[in-house]
Design a protein around this ligand. Structure first.
Ligand SMILES: Nc1nc2c(c(=O)[nH]1)N[C@H]1C(S)=C(S)[C@@H](COP(=O)(O)O)O[C@H]1N2
Ligand SMILES: [Mo]
Length: 506
């Protein structure tokens, strides 16, 4: 058959298979979807330099980019499957079987995989192969028998067959997508109602931000809170099924279920979380009132052995994180197992039903979402997910600051204040200075401090000359340390350097 027809046959068969697999995955578990499972495996296998490049180039769109890239690669292979089968369908079928096996391995190697999950890639394989055989036959029949002769009927049949396959695939994919994002878990999360702590956080004072002048609001709304994780699909973990096992170098193992955890004293605290991947001036930091149980109390009950220096935590989907034991029992820092965020149950994308939070540490060494396992161990014995991929072992949050207004290359009026945020969790912000056009540093006004584990806003008022300007900012924390101009990349343990913004006064 002709190349375009062969390519179409290959492409449609692949789409039909993947869409049906996605639908079956929707019924079993999102990670059973062959397409999503291959994507998730790709994330885990991506070499560091590529991951780094993807985050830098595409920011939080890296997952969309990954899925589109995968679609392009799979599409290309599908076209090849068609092109290598101009007469016999065998070469194409062999290629489809190879892909089916790869998808099955990807599905079964997901940490949360159940044995039923393999049904999704199997169905995908059968549908793909069946569609290929069917369309291939129609394709052959529709070809001119001898030069110049066109066979009318079968060509129309090929067209009808193709349209039917495409429509069926579309419906299956859409159905799968609906099921993958099904609202069952969201409903049971909502049913928990407001999370009422035993000890509520003090109200946020009115002077805690300069939002009216362009700083972020002190509390970040849950939907606006930055999100960073390696997940293509969100773990669907119900409170009834949640359990946390604390074991390893302990005097006695402790296992907690949801009601055991939530019947303990619940404290609420405002904390600013930060991601180590945040570039100078970047968006990966947010603040919320977090409600949870003090980890120090739970770890005291378990009794940690003196030689233990790492608490190695695992989420339900197998992501791991290593946290220094000392930071978890520090009475000042108040590390928590978090169940509530701004009065609501933890949103699913932020770790529902339970996550870890350690003020002062970047999220990758402290913020385990969907947490189910806690092993008391040593840094020598176990290496966590990001440590295996070149990031640091111990990562306290660095003293940093960011200008939020004026925005980059914004045109503003002469009396526009320069505002932004500074953060130095556990130490607190002492001073923020701003300078214009490399002139002298000028102390900025600071917002009311809420606690040392949260960000603090700054504002510099003035009348700026018309024309182009560059503003720079640097913060000093309460230990007396002032940010230096030395630029460091986020990897391995956090970016450094002054944030600067160019703007024009009209
Ligand atoms: N299970 C799991 N927990 C995780 C991650 C992850 O990929 N998987 N990412 C961590 C990182 S790098 C950060 S910065 C914080 C971000 O938390 P947030 O998405 O709630 O802001 O979660 C941490 N916890
Ligand atoms: Mo992070």
């Amino acid at each position: 058959m002709s190349a375009p027809v062969a390519a179409l046959v290959g492409l449609l068969s692949m789409v039909a298979g993947l869409a049906t697999g996605h639908l079956v995955g929707g019924f079993i578990s999102p990670t059973a979807s062959p397409f999503l499972a291959v994507g998730a495996s790709a994330i885990d296998l991506t070499p560091l330099w590529l991951k780094d490049f993807a985050v830098r180039a595409f920011g939080s769109y890296d997952k969309v980019v990954l899925l589109s890239g995968m679609a392009a690669v799979v599409g290309l292979i599908a076209v090849v499957a068609g092109l290598i089968s101009p007469r016999s369908r065998t070469p194409g079928l062999v290629l489809i079987v190879v892909l089916g096996v790869i998808a099955s391995v990807a599905v079964l190697s997901r940490p949360t995989a159940g044995s039923l999950d393999v049904l999704a890639p199997l169905v995908a394989l059968i549908v793909s192969a069946g569609t290929f055989a069917f369309l291939h036959r129609l394709g052959l029949l529709s070809q001119p028998q001898t030069a110049g002769e066109v066979v009318g009927m079968p060509r129309r049949t090929l067209l009808a067959g193709s349209v039917a396959v495409a429509a069926g695939a579309g419906i299956a994919a859409a159905g799968g997508q609906l099921l993958v994002g099904r609202s069952g878990l969201e409903a049971s999360r909502k049913a928990l109602g407001r999370i009422g702590p035993t000890v509520t956080a003090p109200p946020i004072p009115p002077g805690a931000d300069f939002a009216a002048d362009g700083s972020p609001t002190f509390i970040t709304r849950n939907p606006d809170f930055y999100r960073v994780d390696v997940n293509l699909t969100l773990p669907q973990l119900r409170t009834e099924d949640w359990k946390l096992r604390i074991h390893g170098m302990v005097d006695r193992e402790v296992t907690l279920n949801w009601s055991e955890l939530t019947s303990r004293p619940l404290i609420e605290r405002a904390v600013t979380m930060t991601c180590v991947s945040n570039e100078v001036g970047g968006p990966y930091l947010s603040t919320a009132n977090f409600t949870g149980v003090l980890l120090a109390d739970i770890l005291k009950e378990a009794g940690m052995a003196p030689g233990a220096d790492q608490v190695y935590t695992t989420s339900v989907d197998g992501w791991t994180c290593g946290t220094p034991t000392a930071t978890l029992v520090d009475p000042v820092r108040q590390a928590m197992l978090v169940i509530g965020m701004n009065g609501e149950p933890l949103p699913i994308e932020h770790g529902f039903p339970v996550r870890m939070l350690v003020p002062g540490l970047y999220g990758f060494v402290s913020g385990t979402k969907w947490i189910t396992d806690m092993e008391v161990t040593t840094f020598d014995a176990k290496r966590a997910y990001w440590l295996q991929r070149g990031w640091g072992q111990r990562a306290p949050i660095k003293t940093m600051s960011r200008i939020d207004s004026p925005g980059s290359f914004e045109r503003v009026s002469p009396n526009t204040p320069i505002t932004g945020v500074a953060w130095a969790q556990t130490r607190g912000i002492e001073k923020v200075e701003v300078r214009l056009d490399h002139g002298p540093w000028r102390p900025a006004e600071l917002s009311t401090e809420v606690n040392v584990d949260t960000w603090r806003m700054f504002r510099l008022r003035g009348r700026w000359e018309p024309g182009a300007h560059i503003a720079e900012v640097r913060a000093t924390d309460k230990t007396g340390y002032t940010q230096t101009a030395d630029r460091a990349a986020p990897i391995p343990d956090g970016a450094t350097g002054w944030h600067s913004v160019q703007f024009t006064v009209q």
